[in-house]
Write a protein that binds this ligand. Structure first.
Ligand SMILES: *[C@@H]1O[C@H](CO)[C@@H](O)[C@H](O)[C@H]1NC(C)=O
Ligand SMILES: *[C@@H]1O[C@H](CO)[C@@H](O)[C@H](O)[C@H]1NC(C)=O
Ligand SMILES: *[C@@H]1O[C@H](CO)[C@@H](O)[C@H](O)[C@H]1NC(C)=O
Length: 402
């Protein structure tokens, strides 16, 4: 096994080093960048959001096998410093990074609440988000930097982060996924080795099947525009929701949807019940880019009604998967011993109630469902009542004796 891994490593380095343009970066810096390690960052998430609230917090750089340098934070309550703590891993949704868990008051934010309950809280962030450390070869301006979809998060980012937490704690991990963070979890847990690291999984506004999605804007986007036909041909590899190009594009989509753009986020995610409107500008400040390819995959899933890998077209699929259509993520492969908690809302236009029931029915093990008829997608993350109406049930699910 060790020999195999060393060979694998050597072959990869050989391949990377063969690319002349990356020669100086990789072949020189190799030793230092390839290993997960702590880092002092005065502009990191700990310094920006956590220390001032009186919590312990440490920053880490975690490399993926395809060269991204992810940012992770580990936080806990000082009074539990010497206590036995169990690790919880939090994975955010699309258009945000791990800081999404830290934007509200400690009393209301799940990350702080878990720390207050004595957990060892680990916050993960997807490859291209603002607080991460880039790529060993590519920069944000290059199309390769944005050449990823949910599949890469499933095969590279999530495994790198969960193995790191496991390595640091040597304990089974409690998983919390919000929106796409749930989707990546479902897909990754179909691999035995990854599921083996996790003890229980709580999914908020979980996304997997997308065929019932009622958001008029998303439907229009999926059917007319967001697919590779349009954006990737326009060379828009990075999809920045705050850019003028995307603003233009959404106006076109809104035209197709037959409804003026009005309040964009309501059209996309549904009418919120519980977001504090005076904080919207602050949340928007931390809204950020995703890969256009990531969105294109969501559009494909919406059209196909399946929960599967990226569709590269007839020849692309043959080359990549040895099959003319992309393989599905088989939820029945998730181990039966892994229990789930699914919290979803009746006004959510992304994680539609019927799609969530579809996931619940496919999961092999025990599934607890919390349905909030008045909640939309974001209410489960930023809603001012979640700390009373949702998170206590999540904690109970984690603590429960079963
Ligand atoms: C696991 O931890 C050890 C030391 O604690 C470190 O040397 C090793 O590189 C780590 N491996 C991973 C995959 O993080
Ligand atoms: C809404 O947010 C503002 C700014 O953070 C805060 O002052 C106010 O107390 C909040 N209101 C509620 C009902 O949470
Ligand atoms: C995040 O990064 C994007 C583009 O890289 C930038 O436009 C935006 O201002 C950044 N946001 C924050 C809060 O740093």
């Amino acid at each position: 096994m060790v020999a195999f891994r060393n060979t694998w490593f050597a072959v990869n380095i050989l391949l990377l080093c063969l690319k002349w343009d990356t020669l100086h970066v990789i072949c020189i810096d190799l030793g230092s960048v390839q290993i997960a390690h702590p880092v002092a960052n005065p502009n990191g998430m700990c310094a920006t959001f956590v220390w001032s609230k009186g919590y312990d917090c440490a920053e880490f750089i975690v490399p993926t096998k395809d060269g991204f340098l992810l940012s992770m934070q580990r936080m806990s309550r000082p009074r539990f410093r010497h206590a036995h703590k169990e690790p919880v891993f939090l994975y955010h949704g699309i258009f945000q990074g791990g800081e999404g868990w830290l934007l509200d008051e400690p009393k209301e934010s799940l990350a702080f609440i878990l720390a207050d309950s004595g957990y060892d809280v680990w916050i993960g962030s997807t490859r291209t988000t603002n607080f991460t450390y880039g790529h060993i070869t590519y920069n944000r301006k290059q199309k390769e930097f944005w050449d990823w979809s949910c599949d890469e998060l499933v095969s590279y980012d999530l495994p790198a982060m969960l193995y790191f937490v496991n390595n640091m704690t040597r304990q089974p991990i409690y998983y919390v996924g919000y929106s796409q963070g749930a989707m990546v979890g479902f897909a990754a847990f179909t691999q035995k080795e990854i599921a083996g690291l996790v003890k229980k999984a709580a999914m908020l506004s979980p996304v997997a099947y997308l065929n019932k999605i009622p958001s008029p804007l998303i439907r229009a986007a999926a059917f007319f525009l967001v697919d590779q036909v349009d954006l990737l041909l326009l060379h828009m590899y990075e999809f920045n929701p705050s850019s003028p190009e995307v603003d233009q594009l959404s106006k076109r989509i809104c035209g197709n949807a037959g409804s003026g753009c009005g309040d964009l986020s309501t059209l996309v995610t549904g009418p919120t019940c519980c977001i504090n409107k005076s904080r919207t500008a602050y949340y928007n400040k931390y809204r950020q880019s995703t890969a256009t390819k990531n969105l294109a995959q969501l559009a494909q899933l919406l059209r196909s009604g399946k929960f599967g890998k990226y569709d590269y077209g007839f020849f692309g699929n043959l080359a990549k998967y040895w099959s003319i259509s992309p393989p599905s993520y088989d939820l029945s492969a998730i181990p039966k011993r892994l229990p789930f908690f699914l919290a979803h809302g009746g006004k959510d236009r992304v994680a539609d109630a019927e799609d969530v029931r579809h996931v619940a029915a496919k999961l092999p093990g025990e599934v607890k469902v919390l349905f909030k008829p008045k909640y939309d997608h974001e209410d489960f993350l930023h809603g001012t009542s979640s700390w009373v109406e949702v998170y206590p049930y999540l904690l109970e699910f984690f603590h429960g004796r079963k």
